[in-house]
Design a protein around this ligand. Sequence first.
Ligand code: NAP
Length: 248
Amino acid sequence: MFDLSRKVAIVTGASRGIGRAVAEALAGQGAHVIVNYTRSEALAEQVVQGILGRGGSAEAVRFDVADMGRAEQVVSEVAQRRGRLDILVANAGIAIDGVLLRIKEEDLDRVIAVNIKGTLACARAAIRVMMRARAGRVVVLSSVAGDVGNAGQAAYATTKAALQGLTKTLAREYASRNITVNAISPGLIETDMTAGLPAPVREHALRGIPLGRTGRPEEVAAAAVFLCSDEAGYVTGQILRVNGGLYV
Ligand code: NAP
């Protein structure tokens, strides 16, 4: 089950956290994985070396997803060089926290550029290639903040809710070409993004999680492997919530 051998996958933001776990999991199922990053070259190289060390196949490719033209260019170049592109996991994302009354315009612009425009750019370039193959899998990373909102994350929650609209729209637009588009909406997952949460905020969040613990990046990666597999061929336009039962 979930055999991804001979498939080519791009995972954006794969130097750390959830993206890293997704890259490792896809490679573990046999895919050749493009490990994208924007700043952490050494970490991305470590991810690649780890995959190669386990007999998998991967390469690190740097680009800032927020630079739409460059992101589209790199995604198409990779597809051309490898002769195919089967999977895009649009995972790269940032959070710049703040309540509405305190958000600076430059921060809002950056969060929108990385989270929304970056996802759109990579999806557009990937789907262009997938349309010719009449097959493809796109997985977008949304967030519980996009599902139900989160006080103090006005910009971030806005973008993550927008990605759910994008996911459902792309699912409808490209279903006839056998391209599925789904989102994963994680709850509180242990990564650098959540490492700095103040203890009271963390404790409050934990009290609301029926499973009584935070999630691991590998648990999000397992959902991504499923959505990227042939076995998920009849699943599209869905938001898969990996959140410990945070709300049901
Ligand atoms: P993270 O630990 O902060 O890692 C972010 C990754 O994205 C890094 O690999 C980073 O690359 C990359 N990245 C950031 N900006 C980029 C850009 N402009 N272009 C290319 N890559 C970029 O984040 P995470 O917690 O793993 O989150 C991954 C995704 O899941 C995000 O979309 C996030 O919103 C979503 N999510 C996370 C949680 C959670 O609890 N952690 C919950 C819900 C949703 P560099 O290392 O090069 O900077």
